[in-house]
Design a protein around this ligand. Structure first.
Ligand SMILES: [Zn+2]
Length: 217
């Protein structure tokens, strides 16, 4: 079984990917991690993507797809993959579909974790990190006992420049104008389920597994 999770930053996608990986024995393939691993392991494709990553350039779609296929060929007992972070555009999705179909390993289910933009902005803009160890706090969802101070080590909390509201708003704009078009693409294939991502982790997980079982049946 091969699954794609689509969700904006702050939608809880990473947590849900871990839970699904465990439940269905799937290999999670988040795009950033996929790049880092291939480079660290020095695979042939890893060597090809290295210069792009080192320059901070976008990795060409064909190479991203090659990394995914490499990982699929090297599954060790897992029953499939969970993609997260790629594809983001329709051309990427089409190219990936073509290669997966050649392998006879198409995507079975595409899950959109639906969280309204305002709520995402709220969640993300509340993130603060401690200077000593990088512990993550959130003034909205997980506040420290004393404002501005880490509960664990008493060090000062600060906001990463990436987590400042204007930068978050920009990233969300890109998601809601571009990535969201994938939903129509996969809906036409009858593979899409939209899951409300606002409730608690357990409830969201239950809704996702129900959707997957319906789509994969
Ligand atoms: Zn800390």
């Amino acid at each position: 079984m091969n699954i794609l999770l689509i969700g904006a930053q702050g939608s809880g996608k990473g947590t849900q990917a871990e839970l699904l990986a465990e439940r269905y024995k799937l290999k999670p393939l988040a795009s950033g991690e996929l790049l880092r691993t291939a480079i660290a392991e020095g695979t042939a494709t890893g060597e090809q993507v290295r210069p792009y990553v080192e320059r901070g350039d976008l990795v060409p779609d064909a190479l991203m797809i090659e990394l995914i296929l490499d990982a699929m060929r090297r599954l060790q007992g897992e029953q499939g993959i969970i993609l997260d972070g790629f594809p983001r555009t329709i051309p990427q999705a089409q190219a990936l579909d073509a290669r997966l179909n050649e392998l006879g390993q198409p995507l079975n289910a595409v899950i959109y974790l639906d969280v309204p933009r305002d709520l995402l902005l709220d969640r993300l803009a509340g993130r603060y990190i401690c200077r000593a160890h990088g512990h993550v706090w959130n003034i909205k969802t997980r506040p420290p006992k004393t404002q501005g101070v880490c509960d664990y080590d008493g060090s000062e909390l600060y906001q990463r420049s990436d987590d400042q509201p204007e930068k978050i708003a920009h990233r969300l704009d890109i998601f809601f104008s571009e990535t969201i078009r994938l939903l129509d693409y996969y809906e036409r294939q009858g593979k899409l389920a939209r899951v409300n991502g606002v409730s608690g982790i357990e409830q969201v997980n239950q809704a996702i597994t129900q959707a997957i079982e319906k789509l994969a049946a």
